[in-house]
Design a binder for this molecule. Structure first.
Ligand SMILES: Nc1ncnc2c1ncn2[C@@H]1O[C@H](COP(=O)(O)OP(=O)(O)OP(=O)(O)O)[C@@H](O)[C@H]1O
Ligand SMILES: [Mg+2]
Length: 305
């Protein structure tokens, strides 16, 4: 439903990423377009409400337009989804480091605004040099509290989130969605990285839910031979079917991963993280004249995703 381009700030010539909403391709008519626009606006507000080193930074947004868009820092790297398909196989320390950085971003989002990402998956994690960035708060939700962030409209009949990495309670659209739902998703990603394979490969939606409810604890571990025991235990706990059996806070996850990274670092020769040719530093920047920016962007597009 969106397009991401590389663009250039007309005034400063600084590169940025620009995400447009493709409302014209929405087949559901005016109502659905309006809902998509509302959701897009919420995405921007949620992203702008938390600043963190490992969460992509929003610079500016033009939302009252035929094609709403927002401008964010350009991440000079690749998605984890792409990285997973390329050699070399990541080392344990690199996996712990990656997990720690994602957990740190989501901890900040949860602590500061009670934000749950709800679509954490390798395609929404980007790697730039040694730095991980979580992107795409497209279906994120703020739980309670801040009302301008927590209002959410859900399109009828449309599934929210990507089934592969969803926690069981999210499959079942239960109301108990909180940080433990994202903890589950990160557990599954770490399980895939450590075991070098998605644990529920080849299942349809229904089989996937049954397998997640049963739990895959233990079954995948032989493929993660040599991984630190504390990490295996952590990942198994993160993937517990019931939220109350998982680590209850991001702090619990962060502690184990930080400790494990230190121990694994010496044995870990392979880095998962690509060397970025250039990492754009953060810093708030406003495009003074959105019309000028649009013109400039129109002329210099390189599609990223
Ligand atoms: N800030 C950025 N810098 C560089 N590339 C980016 C950036 N944001 C997004 N991308 C690229 O664009 C792709 C799509 O972005 P994003 O996930 O935000 O859109 P989406 O439409 O919600 O995608 P999906 O539905 O596949 O999750 C990403 O997978 C990534 O390759
Ligand atoms: Mg995405």
């Amino acid at each position: 439903m969106s397009l991401v381009f590389q663009g250039e700030d007309a005034a400063t010539r600084r590169q940025a990423a620009v995400k447009f909403l493709k409302v014209d391709q929405c087949e559901g008519g005016v109502n659905e377009s309006t809902q998509l626009k509302r959701r897009f606006i919420r995405e921007v507000k949620l992203m702008a409400s938390v600043r963190h080193q490992h969460l992509v930074e929003v610079y500016d947004a033009v939302l009252e337009a035929v094609y709403p868009y927002y401008v964010m820092e350009l991440i000079d790297g690749q998605t984890l989804q792409l990285r997973m398909k390329l050699p070399p196989v990541p080392g344990f320390a690199a996996i712990c480091r990656l997990g720690w950085q994602v957990a740190a971003a989501l901890n900040a989002a949860w602590q500061k605004q009670r934000i749950v990402h709800r679509d954490l998956k390798p395609g929404n994690i980007m790697l730039a040099g040694d730095n991980v960035k979580v992107i795409d708060l497209g279906i994120a939700k703020a739980i309670g509290g801040n009302t301008h962030l927590s209002q959410i409209t859900t399109m009828s009949g449309m599934m929210i989130g990507t089934p592969y990495y969803m926690a069981p309670e999210q499959h079942l659209a239960e109301k108990t969605i909180d940080c433990r739902t994202d903890i589950y998703a990160l557990g599954l990603i770490l399980c895939e990285l450590l075991g070098m394979r998605y644990p529920f490969e080849g299942m349809n939606h229904r089989e996937l839910l049954v397998a997640k409810k049963t739990g895959c604890q233990g079954k995948w571990e032989r493929r993660a031979h040599g991984a630190p025991t504390a990490v295996l235990e952590l990942v198994n706990a993160m993937m517990e079917p019931a939220p109350e059996d998982r680590p209850q806070t991001w702090t619990d996850v962060l502690q184990v991963l930080a400790e494990a990274e230190k121990h694994a670092a010496t044995a870990d020769r392979d880095g998962i993280l690509v060397t970025a040719s250039q990492v754009i530093e953060g810093g708030t920047r406003l495009i003074a004249d959105p019309a000028a920016a649009t013109t400039e962007l129109d002329g210099t597009r390189t599609e990223l995703g």
